[in-house]
Design a protein around this ligand. Structure first.
Ligand SMILES: Nc1nc2c(c(=O)[nH]1)N[C@H]1C(S)=C(S)[C@@H](COP(=O)(O)OP(=O)(O)OC[C@H]3O[C@@H](n4cnc5c(=O)[nH]c(N)nc54)[C@H](O)[C@@H]3O)O[C@H]1N2
Ligand SMILES: Nc1nc2c(c(=O)[nH]1)N[C@H]1C(S)=C(S)[C@@H](COP(=O)(O)OP(=O)(O)OC[C@H]3O[C@@H](n4cnc5c(=O)[nH]c(N)nc54)[C@H](O)[C@@H]3O)O[C@H]1N2
Ligand code: SF4
Ligand SMILES: [Mo]
Length: 673
């Protein structure tokens, strides 16, 4: 068979959602490149993308379904798919009979593969009728709500247009690590004379490229944005025309800043020197078009919501949201414009229970533990590495004990899979069909099946089709999942006439020639659209949280755990092209912390708090703010054991406030001498 070139899409939870060209020789993936027809990644991939040939054929990939007895013992036995389905289906049926409904069955699915057909997991559970499902988003919910509060909807400017900006201000994002293709557009803007500002507590790879780097105390962006707004107001440097027509709440915002905020307070709270505040103020006023980028890092804190609304307000008053190539970047949720027929699949009605039970995925284990009548008894985990990436892992351990069956579908034996009863091997995106909409750029792309599945791996959709078939064999009518439907049928259903019009295609076949971009204006806020400026009440709320958090605490250091260049969260650690062997965890600390604990580079240390302890090697980072400990996610002994940050804010949904964690540090073994 001759060499084939096939279109794939990188399905990771990553800003790129890159188009891939896969070179397949005799059913084997031999090379991948970026798809030159994809306007965002433009023929390139990141290192993780280029390593896909190794990922797909990695010897550690799960090959067969396996069962572990007892759970957590490591005593795994290979079973057939039919055996796996039979065990799972029998348990589901038994729980249904015991409790009279399927509420004891639940899932935790998140971001391993963001393809639309991966909603098969949700679709499968829907097909059982009322069950236990999740809502929310641990990664982006707080930012999403903040953007919605400001603009009534969720928008984000077109990333390629960033190349036409004259000033780029990045608050709490590190694209040189997390969004490498965006750097191309940033560099292009800079070549044309644009200035780059980075606001981050850490002197990141992106900060290194900036014209102005502002080191800020974590969680204090609201004060910086308001301080700049105050100076602009006092010097009359704001866009009156825009404010009159498009801003709500201006008088209250202006009066509050004039009367209740001093720049001394801003300097004290943010740790940013006056000169830097003045410089950023002058850039924001004197340059157009300016783009403001609200990073996801900002909203991993209780202060994120008001911080983001303050930044939105600042960006708006400079007039940059309503001019071509100005604008605001966050992420968008355009995927929700599609029918999402799997996610929204309607299951059979239950005679007595009208709805499924919903728990917030940002507080999964504790919420799941609190469920009664019936308690949660069966957990299905897909596209998710809870034990590495979630918070409140003590509650997870409790929940694990309560489960009668845990099934994990994954490509690898993750820390979460190790704590399951059954693991099912998932197909990689080269082994299945899918459809992808990014959350950063506006390209729609298809994912073709390039190669046969690795050993006995199956896609999440195939698993849903086969398990529901087995369930109906054993208990007719248990599920109404349309198991006959092929992947292409689901893809076609997503491409309604409206969606095809929006993306300028006539059929899915157009996507086989390359991705298509959504029609979109280069103006962020059209004339008829408005912004609601941050209200004094919300500023007061932000202040209250700030003061509560700033109080002396038994655990003096703030733990920041942002993303790493060569991983996607817990993924790719086993790939030798990207990572060399077993690495000890590197704990970066400030000079100040090193001095007060008498620590030197490479010393072994323990980082701990009331939730747990991990060990690692010290690296002194002279550029870290004095009370910050910086550590990577995932690894053998995941740092998330130390992370349990309750959403004290209110009862509403939020992302997980990972970066509000506090720890202590000591020399290794010190506690035992
Ligand atoms: N290589 C790689 N790329 C990825 C990922 C990955 O794991 N690896 N993950 C993907 C996913 S799921 C996500 S959500 C994105 C996240 O990507 P980003 O939007 O870049 O967000 P984070 O990496 O969480 O944090 C970015 C920066 O915010 C800073 N920060 C923390 N607190 C504050 C604060 O209070 N104020 C300010 N101004 N800055 C603060 C951190 O120091 C960090 O440098 O990356 C995506 N891309
Ligand atoms: N300390 C700390 N923790 C964090 C963060 C932080 O900044 N600090 N960031 C948070 C953020 S932003 C995010 S988005 C979350 C990410 O949380 P998760 O989504 O749990 O993260 P991953 O580690 O990417 O785990 C995804 C799993 O899905 C598997 N997978 C991949 N493809 C498929 C597939 O097709 N089917 C199935 N069934 N499985 C598949 C992968 O092998 C992997 O094990 O982590 C959060 N955790
Ligand atoms: S991980 Fe991100 S940047 Fe890398 S290939 Fe995938 S989508 Fe593109
Ligand atoms: Mo994320």
């Amino acid at each position: 068979m001759k060499l084939q070139i096939i279109r794939n899409t990188c399905p990771r939870n990553c800003y790129g959602t890159c188009g891939i060209l896969s070179y397949v020789d005799n059913g084997k993936l031999i090379k991948v490149t970026g798809d030159p027809n994809h306007g965002f990644n433009q023929g390139r991939l990141c290192a993780k993308g280029y390593a896909y040939t190794q990922y797909v054929y990695h010897p550690d990939r799960l090959k067969f379904p396996m069962i572990q007895k007892p759970r957590g013992s490591g005593n795994w036995t290979r079973i057939s798919w039919d055996e796996a389905y039979t065990i799972i289906a029998n348990k589901m049926i038994e729980l249904n009979q015991r409790y009279g409904s399927n509420l004891a069955l639940g899932y935790n699915k998140f971001s391993g593969n963001l393809g639309i057909l991966h909603y098969a997991t949700e679709g499968m559970f829907n097909s059982f009728g009322p069950h236990t499902k999740t809502f929310g988003n641990p990664c982006a919910q707080t930012g999403r709500l903040a953007i919605k509060n400001s603009f009534g909807d969720n928008y984000s400017s077109v990333p390629e247009n960033m190349a036409n900006a004259s000033l780029i201000v990045i608050w709490g994002s590190n694209p040189a690590v997390t969004n490498v293709h965006q750097m191309k557009f940033i560099y292009e803007a800079r070549r044309k004379g644009a200035k780059l500002v980075v606001i981050d507590p850490i002197y990141t790879e992106t900060a290194k490229k900036a014209d102005l780097y502002i080191q800020i105390k974590p969680g204090t962006d609201m004060w910086l944005a308001l301080g700049i707004a105050k100076i602009l107001i006092e010097s009359g440097k704001y866009e009156e025309g825009f404010i009159e027509k498009q801003a709500l709440g201006w008088d209250a915002f202006k009066t509050f800043l004039e009367k209740n905020l001093t720049i001394t307070e801003v300097i004290e709270k943010t740790g940013v020197p006056l000169k830097a505040i003045e410089e950023l103020t002058s850039l924001y006023y004197s340059i157009k078009p300016t783009v403001t980028w609200i990073g996801l890092g900002l909203q991993r804190s209780h202060f994120g919501k008001s911080g983001i609304e303050a930044i939105n307000s600042l960006a708006a008053m400079t007039g940059n949201l309503s001019i071509p190539n100005g604008g605001l970047y966050f992420v968008h949720f355009d995927v929700e414009q599609f029918p999402l027929t799997l996610l929204n699949h309607r299951g059979p009605d239950h005679p007595a229970i009208p709805y499924s039970r919903e728990i917030d995925i940002s507080d999964f284990s504790e919420s799941a533990l609190s469920l009664q009548n019936p308690p949660l008894k069966l957990l299905w985990i897909a596209s998710r590495n809870i034990v590495s990436q979630d918070q409140n892992l003590k509650a997870w351990e409790e929940l694990n004990k309560q489960m009668e069956l845990i099934v994990t579908v994954d490509l690898f034996m993750t820390k979460t899979a190790e704590q399951s009863d059954i693991v099912l091997p998932a197909a990689s995106h080269f082994e299945e069909e899918d459809l992808h909409v990014g959350y950063w750029h506006y390209w729609l792309s298809i994912n073709q099946k390039a190669i046969p599945p690795f050993y006995e791996a199956k896609s999440d959709l195939t698993i849903a089709r086969e398990l529901t078939t087995k369930l109906n064999e054993l208990s007719p009518g248990f599920s109404n999942f349309p198991a006959d439907k092929e992947p292409i049928d689901w893809i076609k259903e997503e491409l309604t006439p409206e969606m095809m019009e929006l993306y300028n295609i006539e059929s899915y076949k157009d996507l086989l020639e390359g991705p298509h971009q959504k029609k979109k204006s280069n103006i962020f806020l059209e004339q008829e659209e408005q912004i609601r400026l941050l209200s004094p009440e919300k500023i007061a709320e932000g202040e209250q949280f700030h003061d509560a958090f700033a109080k002396e605490n038994e655990f003096p250091y703030q733990l920041l755990t942002p993303q790493k260049l060569l991983k996607i969260h817990s993924q790719y650690e086993m790939n030798p092209w990207l990572h060399s062997g077993d690495q000890e965890m590197m704990i970066e600390i400030s000079d100040d912390i090193a001095r007060s604990h008498n620590l030197q580079d490479k010393m072994k240390v323990e980082v701990f708090n009331e939730h747990g302890m991990i060990t690692g090697r010290v690296r002194i980072n002279k550029l870290l703010p004095k009370n910050i400990v910086l550590a990577p996610q995932a690894g053998h002994d995941p740092i998330n054991q130390l992370i349990y940050v309750k959403n004290e804010n209110d009862q509403s949904e939020s992302s997980v406030f990972f970066y509000d964690s506090r720890v202590k540090i000591r020399k290794w073994g010190e506690a035992h001498v």
